[in-house]
Design a protein around this ligand. Structure first.
Ligand SMILES: C[S@@+](CC[C@H](N)C(=O)[O-])C[C@H]1O[C@@H](n2cnc3c(N)ncnc32)[C@H](O)[C@@H]1O
Length: 367
């Protein structure tokens, strides 16, 4: 029988990141993922536990695993926690450019696996981690302690950081945020780093690595796109996003994909013109977008013989027209990828996205 150490070595081989090989080989991921859930095509969920065949194999693959579901008041089971894909996690840890003696705050403890990697590298007393899920924190604390690791953990809303233990040298968030909380800037040392997945709407954003300057957080998006589950405001299933039933609306046609994240950068830049988070759902054959101010767009999933899809829109902001405009601007700019985009966040909450250089003249204001 293969031992967990052999499994862990294979995981480290699969990830192929030599900077974090020692930690990947030393931290038993199976301890942090005693069970995981996989969604069946019909939408129901299958649970695999330590008693099931294939559990160890799955846990030591370079894959994300859904570890916690919650039930909405409408009876839908939704994901509330997961163990991030190890390869992505170490890519983020690499980006943090850690040095001995540094203090790190993690937002989104989840299973505790990432906190374990950090505690193994830096020492438990340097690592702080919060999660909104109280039972997640209890379970993570027990698993970590079982391995002799004792980072400070708390059940708390991560948007507030953890002022009592500030200042930190690094803050890493493993849930996405619609905007970067200024509290994090206040709790990170000057020249310290904040790494977070900024996503004002579904799939609209990416990981960004920000440096703390005296008057701002500023930095670039990571080249490769990644998506984390969105930050929750309560220890329960994520709140219901209001969606709108399409009425007649204004009709047009589009040649673009009905899912704007087929074109991730323009979809992100579109957020500068949105009146808040864009909710997404399906209505019959249409992809449906809506915002809290009553704006909506319904885009047919099926193109006609000419490759055109029907669009209907209503409300104060024409969501699809704005996306098409952002797509045109992006085309004209030579289709810059994430690595040419950066972000400046100021204490007034302003989020300015820029092309190439902060003062370069081309930018978008998110909020
Ligand atoms: C992708 S999981 C984190 C994975 C984790 N780092 C690990 O190693 O297993 C995202 C986590 O963010 C947490 N989260 C969501 N909203 C939060 C909030 N407001 N404050 C802190 N954590 C939050 C979720 O409960 C979930 O556990």
């Amino acid at each position: 029988m293969k031992t967990w150490r052999e499994f862990a070595r294979e995981l480290a081989d699969e990830v192929g990141n030599d900077n974090w090989r020692t930690e990947l080989e030393a931290v038993p991921r199976h301890v942090f993922v005693p069970a995981f859930h996989v969604q069946r095509p019909d939408g129901t969920w299958d649970e695999t536990t330590s008693h099931d065949e294939g559990w160890m194999d799955a846990v030591y693959r370079d894959r994300p695993l859904i570890t916690e579901l919650a039930t909405t008041p409408e009876g839908h089971r939704v994901t509330v926690s997961s163990s991030t894909k190890p390869g992505l996690m170490v890519r983020m840890l690499d980006a943090l450019d850690l040095a001995d003696g540094q203090r790190v705050l993690e937002i989104g403890t989840g299973t505790g696996y990432n906190a374990a990697l950090l505690a193994h590298r830096l020492g438990s007393e340097q690592v702080f981690s919060v999660d909104i899920g109280a039972t997640l924190i209890d379970a993570a604390r027990e698993r970590l302690a079982g391995l002799g690791l004792t980072p400070a953990l708390a059940a708390a809303h991560g948007a507030e950081g953890w002022a009592r233990h500030a200042p930190f040298d690094r803050i890493i968030a493993t849930c996405s945020v619609p905007e970067v909380p200024w509290a994090w800037a206040e709790q990170v040392r000057e020249n310290g780093l904040v790494l977070v997945d900024l996503k004002p709407s579904v799939h609209a954003g990416n990981l960004v690595l920000l440096t703390r300057h005296a008057d701002r957080l500023e930095g670039r998006f990571l080249h490769r796109w990644a998506g984390f589950m969105a930050i929750r405001d309560t220890d329960g299933p994520p709140g219901n996003v209001t969606t709108i039933d399409p009425v007649e609306g204004v009709r047009s046609v589009t040649r673009l994909e009905p899912l704007p994240w087929a074109s991730l950068v323009p979809w992100f830049l579109t957020q500068a013109t949105m009146p808040g988070e864009v909710a997404f759902g399906h209505r019959g054959n249409a992809a449906m977008f809506s915002t809290a101010d009553g704006s909506w767009a319904a885009v047919s999933q099926e193109p006609d013989a000419e490759g055109e899809r029907e669009v209907r829109q209503g409300g104060p902001v024409r969501i699809w027209d704005e996306f098409e405009a952002a797509q045109r601007t992006w085309d004209e700019l030579g289709r810059p990828d994430w690595d040419r985009l950066g972000l400046t966040v100021t204490p007034d909450g302003r989020h300015r996205v820029w092309l190439d250089e902060p003062g370069g003249g081309i930018g978008w204001t998110l909020s």
